[in-house]
Ligand binder design. Structure first.
Ligand code: 13P
Length: 340
């Protein structure tokens, strides 16, 4: 365990004005996304699309790291440079999703637990050799009638802690991602309660497994009204409730907090981050680790065509730029229309 390397990686991931691109969609998720724009999800199309994002001129100003998928970390640019080396050459840290997905949790109907601990030590050693310096594990917490259960919160927290300990042992910074899903008609109050309980359970497990908070990055979901809830909270309320939960649960020792977008619109994800980052006196930098909210416009422009690559890169650059500003509380809505 190289503590100096862990500290250096964690600090660089959340460096001022920069955040993470999540490009670690599993092949199944990729298929869904590609289908929405009429592109076949072949290995070559996935490589071409990711390559386009990574090669976007100047995007390294706003993107500190990229979360890769097992297939992607082994792929190359059209010029034959391995993606991790290509990214590192631009000053972007390569990361890797190491969980094997959320599966039904036995005896807990409607709930999931993330798998992937078996053989993880060996996989981490290989990923380190391939260039990965941080990792991601996503746990999924569903809000519904009588759920999440205690069993679900603690099973997921335990897995996150086992994963994080293995990462640190391998000198790889673990991103701890317990995502409270947006789906459902629950109120924002309920989301706040569940998010707090989730983070408390997660932190208790991390502490029990001797994981050092100094060398982890939390990837949190924002506190939001359920997607089908009649009352949709506004930007300021989302920001206040999310930061309140973070203040109650995230140790000041943690180097930073990144957010997932979770199905919010691109602009909501940017506005929410901006409102939080603009708050004074926070103990940690806040930034983005978005997949959909960074990639949506680029994917729509690209549509699988070589002719659209430059325009797709401009669309991606714009969202990365807007979120880079938002991570410093410097984003304004007018900046969106100016660019358009
Ligand atoms: P979204 O931003 O699309 O929620 O994806 C982020 C992510 O990495 C989920 O694990």
């Amino acid at each position: 365990m190289d503590k100096a390397l862990l500290s250096k990686t964690a600090a660089a991931m959340v460096a001022k004005g920069r955040g993470l691109l999540a490009a670690d969609e599993s092949s199944g998720t990729c298929e869904k996304r590609f289908k929405s724009v009429g592109v076949e999800s072949t290995e070559e199309n996935r490589r071409a699309y990711r390559g386009l994002l990574f090669a976007t001129p100047g995007v390294e100003q706003y993107v500190s790291g990229v979360i890769l998928f097992d297939e992607t970390i082994r792929q190359k640019t059209s010029d034959g440079v391995a993606f991790p080396q290509f990214l590192a050459g631009k000053g972007i840290i390569p990361g890797i999703k190491v969980d094997k997905g959320a599966k039904e949790l036995a005896l807990c109907p409607g709930e999931k637990v993330t798998e992937g601990l078996d053989g993880l030590r060996e996989r981490l050693a290989e990923y380190f050799k391939l260039g990965a310096r941080f990792a991601k594990w996503r746990a999924v917490i569903t809000i519904g009638d009588g759920i999440p259960s205690h069993a679900c919160l603690y099973a997921n927290a335990h897995a996150l802690a086992r994963y994080a300990a293995l990462c640190q042992e391998a000198s790889i910074v673990p991103i701890i991602e317990p995502e409270v899903l947006l789906d459902g008609d629950h109120t924002i109050e309920r989301c706040e309660e569940v998010t707090e309980a989730t983070l408390r359970a997660t932190n208790a497990a991390l502490a029990a497994h001797n994981v050092s908070f100094e060398h982890t990055i939390l990837k949190a979901s924002m506190v939001l009204s359920g997607k089908d809830c009649a009352r949709q909270a506004g930007v300021d309320e989302v920001a206040e409730r999310t930061v309140r939960v973070l203040k109650r649960t995230v140790p000041a020792a943690q180097p930073g907090v990144v957010f997932l977008s979770g199905g919010q619109s691109d602009l909501d994800a940017t506005a929410h981050l901006n409102a939080m980052a603009a708050m004074k006196g926070l103990a940690w930098p806040l930034t983005f680790s978005y997949s959909r909210a960074l990639q949506n416009p680029a994917l729509k422009v690209w549509r699988g065509s070589l002719q659209n690559v430059a325009a797709a890169q401009r669309a991606f650059h714009h969202r990365a730029h807007m979120n880079g500003l938002a991570s410093q509380g410097k984003w304004k809505h007018e900046l969106e229309s100016k660019a358009a």
